[in-house]
Design a protein around this ligand. Structure first.
Ligand SMILES: Cc1cc2nc3c(=O)[nH]c(=O)nc-3n(C[C@H](O)[C@H](O)[C@H](O)COP(=O)(O)OP(=O)(O)OC[C@H]3O[C@@H](n4cnc5c(N)ncnc54)[C@H](O)[C@@H]3O)c2cc1C
Length: 388
């Protein structure tokens, strides 16, 4: 068993860290206040080829694994970019995995390369307002007439839809009443985001202002049949391919953000003097921070284990879900502890940790809630009856 990073993995951390260092706390504070996609940050990573880290070499990427991508995403979040930085590039890293596996050669060449090179942005539209985590009940309808699918309905919480050129869309092609299993009859499309036919209304939200999330309204949105991925009706099965890597990456981001919070908090605790000594000399301040560090390190081991399983072609659902759960909770605990360590100043924007606390709620809630992860583990690992 080897717990060390390879020299290539160390080099990834170093190189990505150097790019991130050009985008300091003041940059992310401004993005948090004003919103506006962090295009210069996105371009800086794209220019050095980092958006294609997981993309195969045939499509212009580096052909590395989810392990390397997790190291990169942790580094981004840990730099202080947090979820604002990580979510700006997240979908480019893993998002088109289903196209890579199930797409035709023509689709791969047309769709994957522009994303890996950062020339195109995409959004991933699964969640619907009246379906929640029960994905098989999705209602957004895509009806085929001739060679074109006509889409009408609604999605919600779709990130980066304000800036996306393309949309990866899960829609129902056969009504729920007509399929044998609820997982059947959903289809996956990757197509142009047509603003004439899709209205994106930005949701005002708690944090990560610079990476928008939206309600989408589809009004006879038309998709040519060449933009259907794989076979009609098997979209649910296809998106499962992307779910484990997504959980691994978001877990890595939560660990990074938690570590950023600990860095700020321990620096403050060393410098802030109250009762004639640094507050960090009190065990009441030290222990919660040290405990958070232990929890983040343990979560990171689970992230690396899940990534190793995935990269070695082994089943990784349990580990990926456990990593996402542990990292989300540990990241939250670290950010909350960092705010409390700063006392009143923790509530001031200029100390940054309140932004981290608002942002760390994202990897806690999405793409799956802690409750649903625990229900999955209870059923699949502990053999209890399915509860959801
Ligand atoms: C910032 C942000 C960005 C997002 N970006 C995207 C995106 O780009 N694309 C996309 O498709 N989606 C996106 N989402 C949506 C996200 O994946 C969902 O919000 C998440 O999956 C939870 O679904 P829901 O909000 O409908 O919660 P619900 O399903 O309504 O659940 C609400 C609560 O009830 C609990 N619950 C529900 N059923 C059970 C049960 N059986 N047992 C125990 N507890 C239960 C849940 O755990 C949760 O706590 C984003 C969300 C956020 C906040």
């Amino acid at each position: 068993m080897d717990f060390g990073l390879t020299s290539e993995q160390e080099a990834i951390r170093e190189a990505v860290g150097q790019i991130c260092a050009r985008f300091d706390d003041a940059y992310w504070l401004k993005r948090d206040r004003e919103g506006g996609f962090p295009q210069d940050f996105y371009d800086a990573l794209a220019k050095e080829g980092w958006l294609g880290i997981c993309t195969s070499e045939a499509q212009g990427g580096a052909g590395l694994g989810i392990t390397e991508a997790a190291i990169m995403m942790r580094t981004i979040a840990e730099s202080g970019a947090g979820m604002s930085g990580a979510s700006a590039v997240h979908i480019n890293i893993f998002g088109l995995k289903p196209v890579d596996i199930y797409g035709t050669e023509e689709q791969k060449n047309r769709m994957i390369r522009p994303m890996a090179e950062g020339r195109e942005k995409a959004c991933f539209a699964v969640t619907e307002p009246n379906t929640g985590l029960n994905t098989t009940q999705l209602k957004l309808r895509a009806e085929k007439r001739g060679s074109v699918y006509h889409v009408s309905g609604q999605k919600v919480w779709i990130s980066t839809a304000q800036v996306a050129d393309r949309i990866l869309l899960l829609a129902r092609t056969t009504p729920l009443e007509e399929v044998k299993k609820a997982t059947h009859g959903l289809s996956l499309f990757y197509t142009k985001f047509d603003r004439e036919r899709i209205r994106a209304r930005e949701i005002e939200k708690m944090g990560r202002k610079c990476v928008d999330s939206n309600e989408l309204f589809f009004d006879d949105f038309q998709i040519p049949e060449e933009d259907l991925i794989g076979e009609e009706g098997r979209g649910f099965e296809y998106i499962l391919q992307g779910m484990n890597p997504e959980r691994i990456l978001i877990a890595a981001e939560a660990v990074g953000l938690g570590m950023a919070a600990l860095r700020k908090a321990s620096q403050y605790a060393r410098e802030r003097v109250v009762f004639n000594r640094p507050i960090g000399q009190n065990q009441g301040i030290q222990h919660p921070l040290a405990k958070s560090w232990c929890e983040l390190e343990a979560a990171w081991l689970m992230v690396m284990r899940a990534a190793w399983l995935y990269d070695n072609g082994k089943p990784c659902g349990e580990a990926a879900n456990a990593a996402k759960y542990l990292a989300g909770e540990a990241g939250f605990e670290a950010c909350q502890t960092a705010v409390m360590t700063h006392g009143g100043f923790g509530y001031a924007k200029e100390y940054h940790v309140e932004r981290y606390l608002r942002e760390v709620m994202v990897p806690r809630i999405a793409p799956i809630s802690p409750q649903l992860v625990l229900s999955f583990i209870a059923e699949r690992v502990l053999g209890m009856p399915k509860s959801y």
